[in-house]
Design a binder for this molecule. Sequence first.
Ligand SMILES: [Zn+2]
Length: 292
Amino acid sequence: MRTLKTELAYLRDTYAFTSSSSDDVSTVLDVLKKTKKKTNDDDDDDESCYSYCYEIVLDKTIAYPAGGGQPSDVGTMILIDTNTRWMFDFDEVRMDKETKQVLHRGTFRRRKEDEDDDVFDVDEMKGKTCSIEIDENVRMAHAKMHTAGHLLDVAVARVPGLEKLVATKGSHGVADAYVEYKGNARTFSGIEDDDEKLIRLMNEHLEKLIEQNDVVKAEYLAYEDAKRACGGSLPSYVSPDAEEAPRVVTVAGYGCPCGGTHVKSSKELKRVTAVGFRVKKGQTRIRYKVDI
Ligand SMILES: [Zn+2]
């Protein structure tokens, strides 16, 4: 049987932090009981000595599942039961690659006024609707970090010789942000023994790019158009036969296939700095930070 995949509503609007309007609410497709943690040393058979965490699958979500180097959103779901309302705090969101369903992992919390309610039956939640509130600060920090990763890409390619570097992966967490490239930045640039100079050149371009205040575009393009927008080729994981058209994010005229959330313009980033790089096994990893 084919499972229903989750509609990725976060792709429509980075700045949608709540989904409370009636056409935006989600429906619970499934509630999965996960690990059991013992909360005190009493009787092993007593169920009240355990706490569980759950994973909730929704038909659509505004919460970003970790992926593409961008960490997941965190937030709260308000489950709208027929009799009462429950909160569900999630701190991890992930995409099941096979089913394309998004799972929100966390714990249930009873609203204060509902304290006398009967014990909660998770199975009853299936088919019920819920609204979502994501943590705005976390979302914006991740959107800025991710957009800055794209901007770094553009700045790097503007340093003579470094246009030959090919981005292979990135990490856009606030504490550990970098973009990794195939190729040796020192050899390609011809600046073999002055890493500080290379970093300075990258940062000069980053500063100019932010000043330019370019609009960040995210659009679905036909495969051939996407190829053109991304400099003539697309990575192999973007298939021309895919059900959905590739989503291309363009920053400062430089397109890249991407499923992340981004800010509207480069000026929102205030300051992005390349802070260092290392070359290992023919790969250059450039670390960066953003003033958030
Ligand atoms: Zn991206």
